[in-house]
Design a protein around this ligand. Structure first.
Ligand code: UDP
Length: 328
C-alpha cells in the first residue's frame, strides 16, 4: 500500500485529494493547521483504517513516522481576502513550509508535488498563459505575499530537483470551484452564491470586464492525479480554458439561483488581473488531460452544496481560525 502525505488536507482542494487518493487505495496522512481549513471537510474519513490526521503547522519542522511514497503540498491560504489578513503566514507556508516538505521528501525518498498557481503569471501580458511565460507580478502589492511565496516555492522545488535529484512535480492551478469552498472566503463564486442565498445584491468589482476561467474541482483532481504519476518536473498548467467576464459570470449566477437581486459595482482591488485563461496544450499532449465538466453542470452541483449549508454558516462572517494565529 502506498502512503501519501497531503498538506492543507482540510481545505477545499486538500479534502477532495484525500477522498480521491483514499478511494484509489492509498494510506492517507492528512495534515493541516486549520487556519483556513475545516475538519468538517474530512470528518467522514476519520476512523477509517488507512487515514490519519495530524494537526500541524508545516512552517515548523515536520515529523512523519515510517515510509512515505508521495507528498502533495496543498497548504496555503488561497484567496485574496485570506492573504491580506494573514500575509506573514502566507509567506511562511509557501517558503518555510515548502522547504520543510522538500527536506522530508528527500529524507523519505518520496515524490513531491507542490501546488503552484496562475498567480505566478501576475496580471499577465501574454494571453492565454503558457508555462514558458515568466509573468508580470508586483512583489510589494497586496497579492505579492502569495504570488512571491508561490514563485519562491517553484524556485526551491526546481533547486531540490536539480541539486538533490528529488522527484518533484509543479502544478499551476487556475481558478477552481466546487463543493467545500468556504462561503465567506472572498472568492467570487462563493461571494455571488452567498449573496444570492441571503437576498443581497451581487458585488461585481470594477466594471466586470476582467476575465477568469473556472475549472470544476473533479477535473482538477484528475489532472493532479495524472501529473503526479507522470515524469514531468517542469510546471504544468491545469485549469479550464472556458473564459468568461466577471460581469457575465454574475449574470450566470443570477440565472442559476433565480434571485431577483441585481448587480452592484464596487472598486476593483489593487493589481486584480485583467484576464486569465490557461493554455493547456502541455497537459493535453503530455498527460492526455482536459476538463470534462462544463460550467453549467459544475455550478449546479456547487449551488446544491451551498444550499445545503446551515443558516448559521450562511450568515457567519468568518469560517476560520485567524484570530488564534494572528499574533504568531
Ligand atoms: N470579484 C468580484 N466580486 C466579488 C469577489 C470577486 O467581482 O465579490 C472579482 C475579483 O475582483 C476578480 C474575480 O472576481 O476579478 C475573481 O476573484 P477571486 O477572488 O475569486 O479570484 P482571483 O482574483 O484570485 O482570480
Amino acid at each position: 500500500m502506498k502512503r501519501i502525505l497531503i498538506t492543507g488536507a482540510a481545505g477545499f482542494l486538500g479534502s477532495h485529494l484525500c477522498d480521491r487518493f483514499y478511494a484509489e487505495g492509498y494510506a492517507v496522512i492528512a495534515m493541516d493547521n486549520l487556519i483556513t481549513g475545516r475538519l468538517s471537510n474530512i470528518e467522514h474519513l476519520f476512523g477509517k483504517k488507512h487515514f490519519e490526521f495530524h494537526h500541524h503547522d508545516i512552517s515548523k519542522f515536520i515529523h512523519v513516522a515510517g515510509e512515505l511514497d508521495y507528498i502533495l503540498h496543498f497548504a496555503s491560504p488561497a484567496s485574496p481576502i485570506d492573504y491580506l489578513k494573514i500575509p506573514i503566514q502566507t509567506l511562511k507556508v509557501g517558503s518555510l513550509g515548502t522547504h520543510n516538505l522538500l527536506g522530508l521528501a528527500k529524507a523519505k525518498n518520496a515524490r513531491i508535488m507542490v501546488a503552484s498557481t496562475s498567480e505566478v503569471y501576475g496580471d499577465p501580458e501574454v494571453h492565454p498563459q503558457t508555462e514558458d511565460y515568466w509573468g508580470n507580478v508586483n512583489p510589494i502589492g497586496p497579492r505579492g505575499v502569495y504570488d512571491e511565496a508561490k514563485r519562491f516555492q517553484e524556485a526551491i522545488t526546481m533547486a531540490y530537483h536539480r541539486y538533490h535529484e528529488v522527484e518533484t512535480r509543479i502544478i499551476r492551478i487556475f481558478n477552481t470551484y466546487g463543493p467545500r469552498m468556504r462561503l465567506n472566503d472572498g472568492r467570487v463564486l462563493p461571494a455571488f452564491i452567498g449573496q444570492a442565498l441571503r437576498g443581497e445584491d451581487l458585488t461585481v468589482f470594477g466594471d466586470g470586464s476582467q476575465t477568469r476561467s473556472f475549472c470544476y474541482v473533479d477535473d482538477l483532481v484528475e489532472g493532479i492525479y495524472r501529473l503526479l504519476h507522470s515524469d514531468i518536473a517542469d510546471p504544468i498548467n491545469i485549469g479550464n480554458p472556458d473564459e468568461i467576464t466577471i460581469g457575465e459570470f454574475a449574470e450566470e449566477i443570477i440565472q442559476l439561483t433565480g434571485t431577483s437581486q441585481k448587480v452592484i459595482y464596487e472598486p476593483l482591488p489593487t493589481n486584480d488581473p485583467k484576464q486569465r485563461q490557461p493554455d493547456i496544450s502541455k497537459a493535453k499532449s503530455l498527460l492526455n488531460w482536459a476538463p470534462v465538466v462544463n460550467r453549467t453542470e459544475g455550478l449546479k452541483v456547487t449551488y446544491e452544496y451551498f444550499k445545503s449549508l446551515s443558516e448559521e454558516m450562511l450568515y457567519q462572517k468568518e469560517h476560520n481560525n485567524f484570530e488564534a494565529y494572528i499574533r504568531k
